[in-house]
Design a binder for this molecule. Structure first.
Ligand code: NDP
Length: 449
């Protein structure tokens, strides 16, 4: 494992102490601090005025009760969160996650990662994240609506076009954003389109937002492969998850000539050696809201479903974890390396454990961290804010071409920074340093606040 510079060790100790019981936040903070030793060695002023301590401490953490009434007329209680991590570069920006695993530590880790990711996009957005331990699985449409409305009854006082602009994440798509936007509009009596992103096209959404995270990840991998004089053509690809990020990563990879042979959901994975039929996956997940196992029944021959197990046992040259945090561990990484993987990119946030990342880097596998590889989603959210601010609506082609340009620039920034700091091709180091420097420069200019 990497080591932490002795000047940064006390900062990590404070983070661990102050956030006891938040292991995902510890993991994310440790990874960033491991990268910063080289920065403060060269530019000691970055450790002045407790700048790094301030970057590790959220500006504001909000926790609230979300009462709602289910279809049986029972009152249910969930917990809601919004962590407004850093606003040095712009309004807080980051998604809302509805999943039973959500707690303040998970939201804090996501908000911390978001701060550096948003900085990497080069756009004027700060970092935040929110969510609830509400489980949307098995809920009726009316229950989802009542929950989203109750969630917004509290959240509305903390957000705004110039304050904090949430979007979707796990369990929150266009349907949930619509219900939340409706309640925000009613409570505030104003059509403030820029308060949420990921909206439907008819009321201020952006074309290509739905596709953006997955497309962006594919663009990033294409740049990484190009830097090694290769491409997607004919390569076997395995993607985990079958949600928003996974589906659109697969779509772009297919257009680049890659062959996706497996994808998953939380109950297991499917393998189709003829190449995954993406239209069928979309039908199952986006229309039927069903399970990935339905694929085998609907497709018929030539494919199979494995209940539970690890999708990373399926041999591939390119692996894209697009489901959730810590879903790819050291054992999975070992199997992938033995099976000849050449590139791994995190479509999800922190899906690879530190041990897995270490094994990939040791084996010279190209490795793209989530804060760089999945930044296309938030970047396009910022483009949605631009369209809302100018009361405009761009074409799909125009939006996608901006996304492509942004992802190409993020790749270049990470690559060049890794070279500048003496670790060429270390995208983790490159992303952490390039993101940090932008946030840190803005914070230094604003004084101790
Ligand atoms: P979705 O809810 O659309 O899809 C999530 C997928 O991951 C589903 O297939 C889900 O399966 C699976 N999954 C969730 N939890 C687990 C688990 N514990 N084990 C295995 N599979 C699991 O979410 P998104 O696609 O939007 O998000 C996926 C990841 O990408 C998250 O880490 C998110 O933070 C990150 N991300 C998303 C962005 C976006 O624009 N949406 C932007 C940047 C990052 P099941 O249906 O069975 O639960």
């Amino acid at each position: 494992m990497n080591t932490i510079d002795e000047k940064l060790q006390p900062i990590l100790s404070t983070v661990l102490h102050r956030n006891a019981g938040d292991p995902e936040f510890h993991q994310a903070a440790r990874e960033v601090l491991e990268s910063l030793g080289r920065v403060i060695a060269r530019n000691p002023e970055y450790s002045d005025d407790a700048l790094i301590e301030r970057i590790c401490e959220p500006e504001r953490q909000i926790i609230f009760r979300v009462p709602w009434i289910d279809d049986e007329n029972h009152v249910q209680i969930n917990r809601g969160f919004r962590v407004q991590f850093n606003s040095a570069l712009g309004p807080y920006k980051g998604g809302i996650r509805f999943h039973p695993s959500v707690n303040v530590g998970i939201i804090k880790f996501l908000g911390f990662e978001q701060t550096f990711k948003n900085a990497l996009t080069g756009l004027p957005i700060g970092g935040g994240k929110g969510g609830s331990d509400f489980d949307p699985k098995g809920k009726s449409d009316r229950e989802i609506m009542r929950f989203c409305q109750s969630f917004m009854v509290e959240l509305h006082r903390h957000i705004g076009e110039y304050v904090d602009v949430p979007a979707g994440d796990i369990g929150v798509g266009a349907r949930e954003i619509g219900y939340m936007f409706g309640m925000y509009k009613r409570l505030n009596n104003r059509f403030e389109a820029g308060v949420l992103t990921g909206k439907g096209l008819v009321y201020g959404g952006s074309r290509a937002r739905k596709e953006a995270t997955g497309f962006g990840t594919a663009f990033f991998v294409r740049s990484m492969l190009a830097a090694k004089n290769t491409d997607f053509e004919g390569k076997r690809v395995v993607v985990s998850g079958s949600g928003n990020v996974a589906i659109y990563a697969m779509e772009k990879i297919l257009s680049f000539g890659g062959k996706v042979v497996a994808c998953s959901d939380s109950s297991g994975y499917i393998v189709d050696e003829n190449g995954i039929d993406l239209d069928l996956v979309k039908q199952i997940k986006e229309v039927n809201r069903g399970r990935i196992s339905d694929y085998v029944e609907m497709k018929g021959q030539g494919c199979h479903h494995v209940k539970g197990g690890s999708v990373w046992n399926v041999p591939c040259e390119i692996a894209l974890p697009c489901a959730t945090q810590n879903e790819l561990n050291g054992n999975d990484a070992k199997v992938l390396v033995e099976n000849g993987v050449i590139a791994v990119a995190e479509g999800a946030n922190m899906p690879c454990t530190p041990e897995a990342v270490h094994l990939f880097q040791k084996a010279n596998v190209l490795f793209a961290p989530g804060k760089a590889a999945n930044a296309g989603g938030v970047a396009t959210s910022a483009l949605e804010m631009q369209q809302n601010a100018s009361r405009d609506s761009w074409s799909f082609a125009q939006t996608e071409s901006r996304l492509e340009e942004i992802m190409t620039n993020i790749h270049a920034a990470c690559h060049e920074t890794s070279e500048e700091y003496g670790a060429p091709g270390d995208y983790v180091l490159g992303a952490n340093i390039a993101g940090f420097v932008r946030v840190a420069d803005a914070m230094r200019a604003m004084g101790v606040i």
